[in-house]
Design a protein around this ligand. Structure first.
Ligand SMILES: NC(=O)c1ccc[n+]([C@@H]2O[C@H](COP(=O)([O-])OP(=O)(O)OC[C@H]3O[C@@H](n4cnc5c(N)ncnc54)[C@H](O)[C@@H]3O)[C@@H](O)[C@H]2O)c1
Length: 430
């Protein structure tokens, strides 16, 4: 594995609540004014070796990781506000947690976005590139990345999407099936089947940057992008940061499955009032999220494996836009289970969370680990990052099943880090 030398550029698509919370937290942590709580790369320890030789090490003691001091931020957004203004607007953090790094945040001014209102009709910002075709978007974004590298002196850059959820783009093999077909469609300006996010991903991979999809968009979840990632030897990961309700679901469903209890229904609902909630209030955008959130249970509680326990359970996910709560989402889960002789029981979970507070450490971990993966020569879909994602990418053309079970995902994460660090992968109990 190549060592993490020099600065690491982090170019984030979208300079909204998640991004500004992430950037402010990193800048504050650098000054010793805040702790990066929730970040696996900063806190978790993994066992390496066995028996008498075993020891528990932080990730950065196993693999070479960029440090918080090495990160240099860039961004694109539809709105022109700098990171300081946007952090205030988002109202996630108190001013006292923003002011000490105000100057650094003010210097992060978003580049013009590659944007098409048909993909997020609730947004009306004007900081948008004047490209006339999708291919022009790709070229303009590639130039942005090159300019960023030249300006900052970063030899490595990771591009991560923390922008609004786009409307659902179903996979169409005629356009998304091969790289050649995708490029043809971009050049032919197929605005329906080429989402702006695909232009960011294409540009990032072509400029030798790993690309991570933090929203549920199908952007890199298509064979054409897998081909590009193989060709450019770059890592890709997605989709959708696993923050609140789905984190709980992927951690709680294994209790039901492991204990061989039955499930007759799982109803999840949320209220959310930030700009993310506003965009998701549009049914076409919500559909993208719904597909992502629904996929979690199916691979943990599998009807084919346990027909008595999991046949025809009813699974519903709703998100309701409710402005007074802003970023402080509240999620309710009602779980109808059954036990011995089929007798019903209920479990209720009420999670009063903070969306961006949960998402920020995931952005940090995904950036640091995908940079590490690139230096370790890993490319294509990074399954070990599933731990951080709601709807992990998998090769559906080969009927591969995604791993949604939180603790199986954790085993994959630990083993990838062991392997990159030159240790043996194992599944021993810690
Ligand atoms: N916070 C969480 O817990 C969480 C969890 C999973 C996924 N996500 C996803 O992360 C994303 C960001 O969430 P947020 O709360 O920061 O939202 P936000 O609305 O505060 O920020 C998103 C920003 O993206 C910008 N944007 C939209 N389209 C763009 C484009 N084409 N190019 C550049 N910028 C663009 C918007 O102008 C906005 O400022 C959303 O897609 C959300 O669904 C968030």
């Amino acid at each position: 594995m190549k060592p993490a030398e020099g600065k690491l550029g982090v170019m984030v698509v979208g300079l909204g609540a998640v991004t500004t919370t992430f950037m402010t937290g990193v800048l504050m942590a650098r000054k010793g004014l805040a702790k990066p709580v929730g970040s696996m790369t900063q806190y978790d320890k993994i066992r390496v070796g066995r028996g008498e030789n075993k020891k528990y090490l932080h990730y950065s003691d196993i693999i070479s990781l960029a440090s918080l001091d090495d990160l240099v931020f860039g961004s694109w957004d539809v709105y022109p506000e700098n990171a300081y203004e946007s952090a205030l607007h988002a109202q996630v953090l108190n001013e006292r947690d923003i002011e000490p790094v105000a100057e650094e945040l003010k210097a992060i001014v978003p580049l013009k976005a590659a944007f098409d209102r048909n993909f997020a009709s609730r947004l009306d910002g004007t900081n948008v590139k004047g490209c006339s075709t999708r291919w022009e978007m790709v070229e303009a974004l590639r130039q942005d990345i090159r300019d960023f590298k030249a300006r900052t002196g970063c030899n490595r850059v990771v591009v991560i999407w923390a922008a609004s959820t786009e409307i659902y783009v179903p996979v169409d093999t005629a356009v998304h099936g091969t790289l050649a077909a995708l490029e043809t469609a971009m050049k032919a300006d197929d605005r329906q089947r080429i989402a702006p996010s695909m232009c960011y991903a294409y540009a990032a991979l072509s400029e030798q940057c790993p690309f991570i999809m933090g929203a549920p968009n199908t952007t890199v979840d298509i064979p054409a992008m897998w081909e590009l990632a193989e060709q450019t030897k770059m890592p890709i990961a997605g989709k959708d940061f696993k923050t609140g309700q789905t984190l709980v679901k992927s951690g709680f469903a294994p209790i039901i499955g492991t204990r061989c209890l039955g499930l007759s229904g799982w109803f999840s609902t949320n209220i959310l009032g930030n700009r993310d909630g506003l965009v998701l209030d549009e049914p076409a955008n919500f559909h993208t999220k719904e597909v992502s959130k629904l996929s979690t249970l199916e691979s943990i509680l599998v009807p084919e494996e346990q027909p008595d326990l999991y046949t025809d359970y009813y699974h519903k996910v709703r998100i309701n836009y409710y402005p007074p709560r802003n970023d402080n989402k509240e999620g309710w889960d009602n779980i109808d289970i059954f036990g011995w002789m089929g007798y019903p029981m209920q479990i209720k979970i009420n999670f009063l969370c903070r969306d961006s507070i949960l998402a920020a450490p995931l952005v940090l971990d995904l950036v640091l680990l995908s940079d590490a993966a690139a230096r370790a020569g890993r490319f294509g879909t990074q399954r070990f990052l599933s731990f951080f994602l709601k709807s992990p990418m998998h090769d559906y053309t080969q009927n591969e099943v995604p791993i949604n079970h939180l603790f199986q995902q954790y085993v994959m994460l630990k083993n990838a880090i062991r392997e990159m660090g030159g240790y043996e992968a194992d599944e021993e109990i810690d």
